[in-house]
Design a protein around this ligand. Structure first.
Ligand code: RNT
Ligand code: ZN
Length: 416
């Protein structure tokens, strides 16, 4: 059956529960998803691509074809983007700078090091988000950056983060857009510390220095919390209380990474309360498997719950959706396509729900009907709407994208 024919039947069925599928896909196309650059090359970047990945995070796998130059990464991005519908941004880490052949100290990075990315973004019509890189560097070898008791180390990372903020503001201005910049630090203790307060107080002082003079017109700043990392099992300085408290007090964004909580805690339950105290939040949509493993995002229940929280509340402008996974055991372009399309599928799934009716039932205490309908809606022909959406967006329908990835692998990746 043709994609259009299936869509027409689906449209009729959704109309019978008060959902206008044409309007839904129009809306879906406007919700940006920020694709993280670090899936393309296993979090290596171009400052020192042969260095070790440190900071208590890890990529596993050795799938061939990793992007090794800025040109390769951009080509891979373009390939992935051509198979993903809707509005996209990219999220760059500071170590993905264009060094222009020079050695650049991390605390001396400049806006000019991102000019070629800005040109590329203008050409491809894609927005840019940003991240200072406070790991994979000799100055972070102690396990501490912005909370370090060594003032030379702490100052170095403050300077790096200030430069990152300035770069992000420049990017936003150049693109006539608003970047979102995420500050994640690996700081933490393997074993039980004695002076948690001191480390956290220093982190706050560092944040204060970094965010003084920020320009929110072109860039929003977000602090990312975490519960533990490899080698930081006993105490993470940037815990949820730290980051949430700081963000609320200083009117910043909180970054909620789906892999940064205890295993039975879920980010879908944290969005509503965060938004009662904050203007905006940033999501790092990932998939923890037993730990913060950063597997590729799949179309699972938690992803749908997150999308429902965003859509049901009308929070598309206040929840900035970023992805954060890095799997080196499969084709990296496929990883981007799978994860990004799944995020968009989840948003579509949420948009196809007659939420007002469900809210009415809930308020009336008719939980029987609420559960019955939620379950019945699960088997409505959502896939027909997704396929039609892909077709109208000129990207491959259903699994047709996989053949394109395989061809690219044979023609390009296997020759690297
Ligand atoms: C680490 C954080 C952080 C990183 C990226 C590379 O646990 O999730 O966001 O994954 O910045
Ligand atoms: Zn993250």
């Amino acid at each position: 059956m043709s994609t259009l024919k299936a869509y027409e039947l689906a449209k009729e069925l959704y109309a019978s529960i008060g959902v206008d599928t044409d309007k839904v896909i129009e809306k879906l196309a406007t919700i940006p998803v920020s694709m993280h650059c670090w899936q393309g090359d296993d979090v290596r970047g171009f400052e020192n691509p042969d260095g070790d990945l440190t900071g208590g995070i890890q990529t596993t796998g050795n799938y061939p074809g990793r992007a090794q130059t800025i040109e390769q990464l951009r080509a891979d991005y373009e390939k992935a983007i051509s198979m993903i519908p809707g509005k996209k941004k990219i999220s760059l880490h500071a170590i993905y700078l264009d060094t222009m052949g020079e050695k650049v100290e991390r605390n001396a990075i400049q806006p000019k090091h991102f000019d070629s990315w800005i040109e590329w973004a203008k050409k491809t019509g894609i927005g840019i988000d940003f991240n200072p890189t406070c790991f994979s560097h000799p100055m972070s070898d102690s396990g501490f950056t912005l909370s370090s008791a060594d003032e030379t180390v702490r100052q170095y990372w403050i300077e790096h983060c200030i430069q990152s903020r300035i770069i992000a503001e420049y990017i936003g201005e150049q693109l006539g857009d608003q970047a979102v910049t995420n500050y994640w630090i690996p700081d933490g203790f393997k074993d039980i510390p004695v002076d948690r307060y001191g480390y956290r107080a220093r982190l706050i002082d560092s944040y204060d220095k970094i965010f003084a003079g920020q320009n929110k017109k072109y860039n929003l700043n977000a602090v990312e919390s975490k519960v533990f990392g490899i080698g930081a099992e006993s105490c993470t300085i940037g815990s949820l209380e730290m980051c949430l408290g700081y963000a609320v007090k200083n009117n910043l964004l909180l970054t909620l990474d789906t892999g940064h909580f205890h295993p039975t805690e879920v980010v879908s339950d944290k969005i509503s309360s965060s938004l009662l105290f904050l203007d905006d939040v940033l999501l790092h949509v990932s998939r923890p498997v037993r730990w913060d493993s950063d597997h590729v995002v799949i179309f699972d229940d938690e992803l749908k719950y997150i999308a429902q929280e965003i859509i049901r509340g009308g929070f598309e402008k206040r929840v900035h959706i970023g992805l954060d996974f890095f799997d080196a055991s499969i084709n990296r372009i496929a990883a981007w396509v799978i994860g990004t399309r799944n995020m968009q599928k989840a948003l579509l799934y949420a948009l196809l729900e007659p939420t007002a009716k469900l809210k009415e039932l809930e308020l009336a205490g008719d939980y029987t009907s609420r559960l019955a309908l939620l379950e019945e809606y699960k088997s409505y022909p959502f896939a027909a709407v997704w396929d039609y959406y892909c077709e109208t967006q000129n990207v491959p329908v259903r699994d047709a994208w996989l053949a394109e990835v395989k061809k690219y692998e044979a023609d390009v990746l296997s020759k690297r």
